[in-house]
Design a protein. Structure first.
Lengths: 425, 425
């Protein structure tokens, strides 16, 4: 008993080469991909590929899942004001219950837009883990460490991070861990050193924010006489595999450092735009050999977890900023949003025999996507999340014919609205 | 017998002030807006406003409707190459039949994303008019004049434009006309002068492309020792009310000229981005008093006619380019996409008693839009075209509960796919 995708255009392998094939999924794996028809047993679940495209599911490389609770709560503000005056006071009032329901809401939104894996940084990890486990989504979760010094508070933060990593390592394979010192401006040198030691010891990646705003960069030059990237290099911050979100304001020398240390950049173009932080030089980063994935950031600064829109914004804003329409063509945009993100998280992330079955299926026969010259172009430039019909994670449907199978959306919406109302008081 | 929107959050008047109201539509007009419940007669069509937002429908201020036929046919190219080597040869093969079906496809896409009026420039006008008439959409249509000299060809082009204007003036009120000299690089001085005379005589606006690419601007300086905006001023090009698409590369002096002549800019941010033309300085234009509306441009350079995505891109790209997150807040983005566009086309364009009923209804109770702090923020930053449930133009439903009422989508898709196949040969 498996799943058979019949006569479907599929973006295969790392190159996302589109071919019309049959795909058989057994257990949690892609068992067989064939250009000639595969047999279908009566017990198999059959998906007609007519007019559809199968892609490796989107990997949302940087988000803060429960922040959907603060969607639209603080628009049109610069990051510092947004964070200190609006978001942190709201977060101080969060409960496990609120984080649990918020996480389920965010998971529902991500599944609906074709996401099959994500990398998160937040707190109230127990509640997030519970929601992710129920949803069937694949995730790399991390506790966001905020500590200037290695004092009692700093040690407590690191202990929480360690506890999270160990618990997740003992749990199911679908959920992994990272160590997440929040940034160079919220964590001091000694805290960073311990965080990196923990990551190396536990063999998990570092997940952080880096060179997001001009203020961060200017303050760093004033305090340390070097850029945030140079500072982190000096601190030994790149000794463990690192996912650095944003990297908007990077010098050519910063780009070299990121490339040399094999840092992955989680490009969050809509959050960077909305907070007035600018447009990260992803074409330069990619040319230097840096692995660049795509993230939505939290829904309080985007205000959306929709990877389909995010990759379109990534492609278009790169062309606008550089003046070069040939950079980040559709296929590269899709690679960033899938393969590149998966690589950073240690996932397989391609449609290939033997790989775990993490697949999104989009219907390209909508009025907004026809005629379709190139399915990847239609996906990037014309389709929206509404085109996503089915999502498979680890061989299991999380969405089938646009209906979620693991999350009770009505219940989640009801609970989130109740919680949101309580935050207004 | 009318339509009653019951207990709906509605963005009222020019300021788009959101209030929960009942709205009665009779004939093609908004008859009554009331904060206390309005009676509903048995023959009335009732729309529950629960969780929904009514906005004045989007006005797509610059598009080339039938170019949906070339969606994805020429991606990742600079404008000059895109136009001369790819698009013009394809357009040379267009037939009335192809334009008719393409127009219906584009109309379906626009209605589905909440658009109630648009301003178009193309050729094969008969076929476009037939499609628009059937669709029930409101439109300002224009024949794109391309003629360097006032020779036999130039006179023929102007005669076609004149014929189009006169025919549309005699037709139904829903369809109006403009005069459309294509640009300063495709139309010479004498052609422009005649086009402006025609617009003044017939009391219709001019619709053109202006300062779209750096090449256009550089060539203009070389040939005329002034900017395209200065040249057009010298040619008397702004004597008639003008809708100028793009205006990406404008100097402070250009901005003053545009403001002084009350030119409306049709900002097409995704087309400008995709072709590598940059980001128009809309905040500077607006500060100078220029009326700025939003257009999608044709689907061959976007590749989408979705105004909901376009206004989000407009807001986010303006913040990214300026580094100022406070500019173009959600309400201003919606105003540009509705009120500003309507003003340029001589339409009423607001939800107010006595106005023509051109309304889009969006459902903000989706997983991607809740919680909703501010409905306009949810619309701009979180919702997508999938949130649009109902569209009313001139008092008539063109979409009801996500089903189109005037266009047979399956037939249109079938015909367009057939046509697209023939273009591949």
């Amino acid at each position: 008993m498996g799943i058979v995708l019949k006569g479907i255009a599929a973006a295969l392998g790392e190159a996302l080469t589109v071919k019309r094939v049959d795909i058989r999924i057994e257990g949690n794996k892609i068992e067989k991909i064939s250009e000639s028809p595969l047999p279908v047993a009566p017990a198999d679940e059959l998906v007609s590929g007519e007019g559809k495209l199968a892609i490796p599911g989107f990997v949302n490389l940087h988000t803060h899942l429960p922040m959907v609770l603060f969607r639209g709560a603080a628009d049109d503000l610069p990051l510092e004001e947004w964070l200190r005056d609006r978001i942190w006071p709201l977060e101080a009032r969060l409960t496990d219950e609120a984080v649990y329901w918020g996480s389920l809401l965010g998971l529902a939104e991500m599944i609906r837009s074709g996401t099959t894996a994500f990398s998160d940084m937040y707190f109230h990890l127990d509640a997030i883990e519970r929601a992710v486990a129920e949803s069937g989504m694949r995730a790399v979760l991390s506790y966001g460490i905020i500590a200037a010094e290695l004092d009692a508070h700093g040690k407590e933060e690191l202990a929480r991070a360690e506890e999270t990593v160990k618990r997740l390592k003992d749990g199911e394979e679908r959920m992994k861990a990272a160590v997440a010192p929040h940034s160079i401006y919220t964590c001091g040198r000694e805290v960073w050193k311990r965080a990196v030691e923990l990551a190396l010891e536990q063999e998990v990646p570092i997940h952080t924010h880096l060179s997001e705003t001009q203020t961060e960069v200017a303050d760093c030059y004033v305090r340390h006489r070097m850029s945030p990237v140079e500072l982190l290099q000096e601190w030994g911050g790149f000794s463990a595999p690192t996912i650095a979100a944003h990297c908007v304001h990077v010098t050519p020398s910063d780009v070299d450092i990121l490339a040399r240390h094999r840092v992955t950049v989680a490009h969050c173009p809509r959050s960077n735009a909305k907070l007035g932080n600018g447009i990260a030089p992803i074409s330069r980063l990619r040319s230097a050999g840096v692995n660049v994935g795509i993230g939505t950031d939290g829904a309080a600064s985007n205000n959306s977890l929709d990877m389909a829109s995010e990759l379109r914004f990534a492609a278009l804003s790169a062309k606008a900023a550089s003046g070069d329409p040939t950079i980040i063509p559709a296929q590269e945009a899709v690679q960033m949003a899938t393969v590149a993100g998966a690589r950073a998280l240690g996932l397989e992330g391609t449609i290939a025999e033997g790989n775990r079955a993490d697949i999104a299926i989009v219907d390209l026969e909508q009025v907004e996507t026809i005629p379709t010259s190139d399915p990847l172009s239609s996906l990037v430039y014309s389709a929206g999340r509404g085109a996503v019909t089915d999502v498979v994670v680890d061989g299991r449907f999380l969405m089938r014919d646009r209906s979620l199978t693991t999350i009770d959306e009505d219940r989640v919406k009801y609970e989130v609205k109740k919680i949101a109302k309580s935050y207004k008081n």
